[in-house]
Design a protein around this ligand. Structure first.
Ligand code: SF4
Length: 85
């Protein structure tokens, strides 16, 4: 990860939040909702989301998306459908 690539992170709303909210050891729906609420008010949410999708970040909440949501966003929908028999 290049530092200039994530320079926008200095303006992230999560900088004043507990890191465990974004990178919990055991994620829960409540924790994810609280982290997403912080992201919803973040001025760099688009930069953050684009970076995480491009970089393949596998852990934590980035740009208001969970790891599973990012995985789905990276996978074309046609790949998710069962193959026709
Ligand atoms: S979108 Fe969320 S994770 Fe990304 S910088 Fe903003 S608050 Fe942090």
């Amino acid at each position: 990860m290049q530092l200039e690539e994530i320079g926008w992170l200095r303006r992230g709303a999560c900088r004043s939040s507990d890191p465990d909210l974004f990178f919990p050891l055991a994620p829960t729906p409540l924790q994810e909702a609280r982290a997403k609420a912080v992201c919803a008010g973040c001025q760099v949410i688009q930069e953050c989301r684009s970076y995480a999708l491009r970089a393949g970040e596998s852990d934590g909440i980035w740009g208001g998306l969970t790891p599973e949501e990012r995985r789905r966003a990276r996978t074309p929908e046609t790949w998710r459908r069962p193959a026709a028999s």
